[in-house]
Design a protein around this ligand. Sequence first.
Ligand code: C5P
Length: 404
Amino acid sequence: MSEPLELQGRHIVLGMSGGIACFKSAELVRELQRQGATVQVVMTEAATQFITPVTMQALSNRNVYTHQWDTREPNAMAHINLTRGADAVLVAPASADFMAKLAQGRADELLSLLCLARPIERCPLLLAPAMNREMWAHPATQRNLAQLRADGTHILGPAAGDQACGEVGDGRMLEAQELCAEMVAFFQPKHLAGKRLLITAGPTFEAIDPVRGITNLSSGKMGFAIARAAQEAGAEVTLVAGPVSLPTPRHVKRIDVRSALQMHAAVLPLAPRHDVFVATAAVADWRPAECGTQKIKKDGSGRAPSIPMTENPDILADVAKLPGRPYCVGFAAESHELARHAREKRQRKNVPLIVGNIGPATFGQDDNALLLVDEHGERELPHAAKLSLARALVAEIAQRLGRA
Ligand code: C5P
């Protein structure tokens, strides 16, 4: 099952002010469209020095607007018409000068004019600053930034790194893909605003000797999707990940571990500082009692070595025992009788919510189906992309937090 188009039905006014980062805006139009959005480009005169309106028109498949006296609008009011059906105005790049103008509420050309004239409750304004590091750090720019934030403007980035001028520092515009991801996140309902969520994900690896170990087929995808969904829902997220090669979701703090013992040691001290703990990790139940420093060699006898095993601590159950514990959510990966096993697990681990899924059907896949079991009974989240399920689960957790 493919991921849903994240910006389907959204109409975005993409404003461009002057800066070399205008070249990234061409790709940004494509990224937004790939996610289902329609894009209306508006450029300042300075922006047209860096990339032509023809290029932006061809990419967006719409007329580009560059000045307030545009006679193509029947009522000659482009500054009003352009934002009335829009879900957001994104200015990328937003130059230092353009931010200064917005901070003062000036409106002497079309883009600043339409930003001022937009219906402020219905049509949010997002800025992707792009400028030299000295300009960014200048007290005047920082003062304008604080004013813009106070006025309800959302600031995306900027990133640090190489700049077109040859200097290195803060002020690079985010890449097109990053800006698109920020837009997707922006539109998610903020169910977990102000909450802190801790999550484990992936398999663990239990070493037998320096080159071998016991692990499992968990890909970490469900846990990483929940981390992303929770962050997009406004939570501060810490993700404790076993050995997986997935990219870290944006703005999520990641702690990499290998074994169950390491995961336990990372999670237990952090748990009391969080509102929610979600245990998606497929933690190994046992580990070799000892891990030698040398590789175990065949001894020529034809007999396999016997490897004594010892049980791992149960991270979820231990968090659930903490005084002032966070709201705990466990996962149950089963091969059959999902509801019964999930109910039993909920009792045994003493947690309010268990999320059941069929292990062999989900490990490594991009989609899944979930069964939520809590004190009130069961609720199915039917087969869907893991990110969609993660968003639905986050909403369910938020509801239960509200009731708790
Ligand atoms: O007992 P079982 O492994 O089936 O329980 C699964 C749930 O418990 C999952 O949420 C898993 O992340 C968590 N768990 C854990 N520590 C373990 C074993 C499982 O946190 N050692």
